[in-house]
Design a protein around this ligand. Structure first.
Ligand code: ADP
Ligand code: MG
Length: 755
């Protein structure tokens, strides 16, 4: 479709932002609005608030201070004045002329000079005057004006988007196709698509500003609902399809129960019993199981999975357990082997990881293929190494991966065989409402109880200058026969690109980016030169961040503060064999102190380790800190988590550290993490199976998510393609829903499954 203002060059820029169609552009919503109808008066401002004001340019100057050039702009309304400062603001020279009208958005700060207040690095826009074209004036003056994130360079600014989107909507007047049935919209009191799009970009006069900023207008709600509805409808259908497929009905008789009883090394907790009962009930059903086992670190998921695998094996099927790392796969393998030694039955267990040598791999594949191995434990290699199972009955996926993995396991099975059951385990304590809606195609079991005998972990914050006391403490603990972890954010050197995969550096947080040069880099790169969406704060002079690294600190501690102890080093750049050797030595107690990166984060289980020291703790995400802390407190000994902080801690960093000290409850931390970071960051990569949303936000829009889920179930129930029943809306409307569903899932989520 031809869009005025979008030629090939611009189309290329837009494509880089994942905007391919006119529709994509229309769903690129303003991230805030300015009320230019009733502008704020300068004398109403209050220090500390984020405010948007319109004022007249009075004067501008570039001040060359010793540290950096600062651009100073003075604006006024009548007697009142406001000062605006931009650090390193050389690029603003010549941009403002006295008498021009400018719209500013920023945090109001008290000022020492004659003007009452100041703003530091506000966003600004010069308003059009009589010499500008009528359209620009129409869209930007005397109305509620949308502000967009720049889509690239100095060209695709907010102003550009306003015009293009305005023209696009004008051109499509009366012709924007609806994708939801009218009866549904009426029931929910939501506007039709065209109205919603128009009003979300160009709110009608009198729309309350608070509603707009909170994405709570009916127009916003309609677009959010639409997005969530198609997500939920897709999940609903997936769930229905699985129920229709042929699975395996596993039997659970006395023989099976006895096999489980034999190997259990302890009394399961009530939560473990309940979860296992839920899993086994699924396994008995003729349709394939799709279940999520959710439990905080240390809640004992592994033994539950192992019991389920025994059910499969006792029924003459193979069970496979897939772990995210070689360390974990090996650990599971060793633990399972030890446990099954207690059994009177002879099960064969094999390990399959990428780093095994080719002969071994081939031999193990043979064992699996001929059905001579019953329990198969491995990494991604299980799907990558073309393993042909003989009679695969149950797949357990430990931590992290999700979508994709399941699909490929399906591809692997032979056509004549029944579909294996799948159990996914996660230690991310997803708030329950979210889990139910998100993992809409999985049933959920929750381990909400820790095994008995755990003593709470003592968590302390210590500033970096007092690290000596920490090392002294580590020495004492080792003298008592305990072991310790010391974790660093990077492997070597202080460059951030060496961070372990998934490592979360909070340099990207707007507020931390007050670090001026960083702010400007970010602003330039992603937001265009004119708008600076990061709330800018007081700046401190740019200095290179110095991060301690695992490699360097290993050397330093070994020869210094911890000399004489047995110290190991573990990080992602070691090859798999080396990692395994180190991990095994630590497990056997041959290493006292393990200096590591976040490779040890997930799932590692060494009960004798009682101290977790995290350096630069302020730079880790909450979920990560919680995972790391979960590595200790697994045995009888009193355990400690010591969070050592670097020289600068951002306000959000403070909040995270305080939360860690305050609570050990994974769900509480998850809720906080979710609200601090938003769901995208919270769930990590796309691998976590979470789609990218265009307009929805899972935290903010939780309630709509519930509504969408209900509506999706209702629609699927009433509108099955079998013609006999009446459906929701007209036949044409239903057809559009199905068409839209396909498109949405293909394009946005990439999760379309055949069949
Ligand atoms: P996670 O849920 O983090 O994977 P694990 O399965 O690794 O937890 O279990 C953590 C530790 O608790 C292991 O050492 C395990 O043997 C032990 N454990 C699990 N369940 C129980 C129980 N019911 N009683 C005592 N110890 C248990
Ligand atoms: Mg685990």
């Amino acid at each position: 479709m031809y869009v005025r203002g979008v030629g090939p060059r611009v189309a290329e820029l837009l494509a880089a932002k994942d905007i391919q169609t006119a529709e994509d552009l229309l769903y690129h919503l303003p991230f805030r609005y300015e009320d230019r109808q009733n502008p704020r008066s300068l004398d109403e401002l209050k220090p500390g608030e984020m405010a948007s004001v319109i004022a007249e340019v009075r004067g501008a100057a570039l001040l060359r201070t010793r540290r950096m050039p600062i651009f100073e702009l003075t604006v006024g309304q009548g007697r009142h004045a406001l000062k605006c400062l931009w650090f390193h603001g050389t690029y603003l020279e010549g941009k403002f002329k006295a008498g021009q009208t400018v719209a500013l958005f920023g945090k109001v700060e008290p000022s020492r000079s004659t003007s009452n207040f100041k703003m530091i690095q506000p966003q600004f826009e010069l308003l059009p005057d009589a010499s500008d074209d009528a359209e620009t004036r129409l869209l930007e003056v005397g109305r509620i004006t949308p502000v967009y994130e720049s889509l690239g360079g100095s060209r695709l600014t907010s102003r550009w988007q306003r015009k293009v989107i305005f023209n696009l909507l004008e051109g499509m007047r009366g012709a924007v196709p609806e994708c939801l049935p009218h009866t549904m919209l009426e029931r929910l009191g939501l506007p039709v698509r065209e109205t919603a799009l128009r009003e979300v970009h160009f709110p009608p006069e009198g729309t309350p500003m608070t509603q707009l900023q909170a994405s709570a207008t009916p127009a916003h709600q309609r677009l959010i609902f639409e997005e969530l509805f198609f997500l939920e409808l897709g999940l609903e259908l997936k769930r229905r399809r699985v129920r229709e497929r042929a699975g395996i009905s596993f039997a659970t008789n006395d023989k099976v129960r006895e096999a489980i009883r034999e190997v259990l090394p302890f009394h399961p907790t009530a939560a473990q019993k309940r979860s296992l009962a839920e899993i086994v009930a699924d396994m008995r059903q003729p349709s394939p199981m799709r279940r999520l086992l959710q439990g905080d670190v240390g809640s004992g998921k592994t033994i539950v999975a192992l019991q389920a695998m025994l059910v499969a094996m006792e029924n003459g099927y193979q069970a496979a357990l897939m772990a995210p790392t070689e360390i974990l796969a090996t650990q599971h393998f060793l633990a399972a082997r030890k446990l099954l030694e207690r059994s009177s039955r002879r099960y064969r267990i094999v390990l399959l990881t990428g780093s095994l040598d080719e002969d071994r791999k081939r031999a193990n594949r043979g064992l699996i293929n001929r059905g001579e191995a019953q329990l198969i434990i491995g990494t991604h290699a299980l799907i990558e190494e073309k393993v042909e199972f003989d009679r695969l009955g149950l797949v357990v996926v430990d931590e992290q991966h999700r979508f994709g993995v399941l699909q490929r396991f399906r591809l692997m099975k032979k056509p004549t065989q029944a579909e294996p059951d799948v159990l996914v385990m996660t230690a991310t304590p997803i708030p329950r409402t979210l889990a139910l809606s998100l993992y809409g195609d999985l049933e959920v079991s929750v381990l909400d109880e820790l095994p008995p005998g755990r003593t709470p972990i003592v968590t302390r914050r210590v500033p970096g200058e007092r690290a000596d006391e920490v090392w002294e403490f580590v020495r004492k603990q080792v003298a008592l026969g305990r072991q310790a972890y010391i974790v660093y954010p990077v492997i070597e050197g202080s460059k951030e690109d060496q961070a372990e995969r998934d490592f979360y550096l909070d340099e990207s947080e707007g507020e931390h980016a007050a670090h001026v040069s960083v702010t400007r880099k970010i602003a330039r790169r992603s937001k265009g030169a004119e708008l600076f969406p990061e709330p800018a704060q007081e700046a401190y002079p740019a200095s290179k961040t110095d991060l301690k690294s695992a490699v360097e600190m290993h050397e330093k501690l070994r020869t210094g503060a911890l000399a004489g102890l047995r110290i190991g080093l573990l990080h992602g750049r070691l090859d798999a064999d080396e990692k395994e050797v180190i991990m095994r030595r630590f497990q056997r107690g041959e290493i006292d102190v393990l200096v590591a990166t976040t490779v040890i984060e997930v799932g590692v289980d060494v009960p004798n380790a009682s101290v977790m020291v995290v350096e630069h703790a302020e730079r880790f995400g909450l979920a990560q800190l919680h995972q790391l802390r979960g590595r200790v407190g697994r045995g009888a000994a009193k355990s400690y988590c010591i969070l050592v902080t670097g020289p600068r801690v951002s306000p959000l960093g403070e909040e995270r550290l305080n939360a860690m000290v305050r609570t050990q409850d994974g769900f509480e931390l998850a809720e906080l993490d979710l609200s601090m970071r938003g769901p995208g960051e919270f769930f990590g990569t796309r691998q976590a199976g979470l789609p990218d949303f265009r307009v929805a936000n899972l935290v903010r829009d939780r309630q709509l998510l519930e509504v969408a889920k209900q509506e999706a179930a209702r629609f699927a129930n009433s509108s099955q393609e079998d013609k006999g029943r009446e459906g929701e809306g007209t036949e044409a409307e239903r057809a559009r829903v199905w068409a839209r569903l396909k498109e949405a899932w293909q394009r946005r989520y990439g999760l379309v499954e055949a069949g």
